[in-house]
Design a protein around this ligand. Sequence first.
Ligand SMILES: Cc1cc2nc3c(=O)[nH]c(=O)nc-3n(C[C@H](O)[C@H](O)[C@H](O)COP(=O)(O)OP(=O)(O)OC[C@H]3O[C@@H](n4cnc5c(N)ncnc54)[C@H](O)[C@@H]3O)c2cc1C
Length: 504
Amino acid sequence: MLQVVWFKRDLRTQDNAALTAALNAGPTLCIYVLEPEYWQLPDTSNRQWMFIRESLLDLHQDLMSKNGGLQWYAGSVIDVLETIQKEHGEFALHSHEETGNLWTYQRDKNVKKWCQQQGVHWQEYRQFSVTRALNNRDAWASTWKKNMEQPVVVLPKNGVFSWLNHTQPAQDLPHSVSHDPTPCLGRQRGGRKLALSVFESFLTLRGETYRGSISSPITAESACSRLSPYLAYGCLSMRELYQTLQQHQQSASGRWKASLSAFESRLWWHCHFIQKLEDEPQMEMNNLHPATNHLNRIMNEEFFSAWQHGRTGWPMVDACMRYLQHYGWINFRMRAMLVSVASFPLWLPWQPVSHWLASLFTDYEPGIHYPQVQMQAGTTGINIPRMYNPITQAQKCDPSGNFVRQWVPELKHVSDQWIFEPWLMSKKQQQHFGLIIGEDYPAPLVDFAQASRMARARMQHINTGEYRATAKEIGQKHGSRKRRFPRKKWPSRASKNEQQLSLF
Ligand SMILES: Cc1cc2nc3c(=O)[nH]c(=O)nc-3n(C[C@H](O)[C@H](O)[C@H](O)COP(=O)(O)OP(=O)(O)OC[C@H]3O[C@@H](n4cnc5c(N)ncnc54)[C@H](O)[C@@H]3O)c2cc1C
C-alpha cells in the first residue's frame, strides 16, 4: 500500500520518525501542502514562508539524493488527500504531531475526521518531548531526558519512493504567499545545511560566551545559538541537537561548560513551553488565568500602531522593534520587554500584540510564543508579573547607546546623557542635537512611572485569595516540577512590588 508522508514542521530526512516508518512500510510519497488560508492568518508572514520555501528546496535536494523527491500542492490538505486517493487508491498517512495555532489545530481535527471516514490510517509521531493528552506534569522532566537520549532514527537503506503524475517541481514553489509581504532583509536563511553550519559555529566558536551575553541584543546576536527557526521548522531534530550537545559537553570546561549547560536548559524550556499550548490550545486567545479577564485591557489604536512601528518615544523599545523588523529575530529579553511595555504601561490586550510579534518572528513557534506572551503579560497566574523598564534595560543592555543610535537614527547625534530619555532635553538642547521631540521623534506615549504604578495597582486588585487558589491549580497543571531557582513570592506589598519591578 502507498505510504504518504505529510511534511509539516519537520523539514528534514534525518531523525524523521514519520519518513522512516513510511519507508519501512512500503513505497512512499513525500508531500508538502501550501495552504493559502493559513497564510492569511494574522500570525503569519512571508518572511516565515520564505524560510520554509528555502527549507523545502533543501529537503527536496536531500530526498533526490536518496532517489526520492518532494511533491507539493497548494490547497486544503483534505482536497490534496482526496486527489491522492483518486489517483492511487488506498494509502496510509504519516506525519509528526504538531502543536500549532488554533487554525492548524482545527485543520488537524478535520483531517483526522476525514481519515476516519475514509478508513485511512493516520499515524502521528512525536516531534519533541511533548506528550499528547498528558495527565499531569509530575514525571515530565525525567521523560524529557529519556526522550532526548533515545537513539536517532535512521532511514532504511532499501526504502522506495513513489511519485504522482502531474506534479509541480519544487523550484516552482511561489515566492509570495502571505497577506504580509513585508521584506525582511536580515532574515536567516532556511534549510538543513545552514542549520548544521549555524550549530557547528555555535558549538565551536560563538557559544563560549552564551552565558552572560544573551541579555543584550548587541552581544546576543552572535552569542545565542540562532537555531530557533531551524528548530521551529524541523530542519534539525531536538534529539540530534541534544545528543551532539552532550558530546561537546563531555570535553567542555570553564566558560564553555557553563555556557553549554545554560544552553541545554533552554532546550528543556523549549518543550516545557510547547507542552503548555499542547495542553491548552485556547491559550492563543484566552487568558490562562480567568481572573485576569477582569484586567480590562483596552485596545488603543494609537498606542498599538506606535508600538508596532517603533514610535513609542522610548528609544530602546523603538530600536528593538525596528531591529526585529529587519532581522526577523531578537533575543529573549528584548522580546519580553516588547510584550511587557505593551501590556503594562500601554495596557494593551496581549492578543493583537502576540499576533503582530509572531508575524515578525521568522522562528514563530506557537507553543513557545503564546505561553511566553501570556507570561510576560501577567495572565498565567503562575509567574511573577515582571514589568521591564525600558530606560534601565537600555542602560544595562546598550551602555554606549550605539544600538539605539543605529536603529533610531533620528537620535544619532544625541549625547550619552540624553540618549535613553531624549524628551527630558530642553528645547535648546534638542535644537543643538538636531531634532525636535514631538516632530522628528515622538515623546513617550505615557509617563512610564505613573502608568506602571497604575498597572501594578490593577494587577494587585485581582490578587485575591480566590485568585491565588486558581493560580495554584493552574500551576499544578502547567508548572514545571523542576525548580531551578528558589520560588519567589508574588509581590504582595507596594514596597516589595517596587523592589521586584525595579529589578528589570
Ligand atoms: C514574548 C516571547 C515570544 C517568544 N516567541 C518565540 C517563538 O515564537 N519561537 C521561538 O523559538 N522562541 C520564542 N521565544 C523564546 C526565545 O526568545 C527564543 O527562543 C530565542 O530568542 C531564540 O533564539 P536562539 O535560538 O538563538 O536561542 P537560544 O538562547 O540559543 O536557545 C536555543 C533554543 O532554546 C529554545 N528557547 C530559548 N529560550 C527559550 C525560552 N525562553 N522559552 C522556550 N524556549 C526557549 C528555543 O527553541 C531556542 O532556539 C519567545 C520569547 C518571548 C519572551
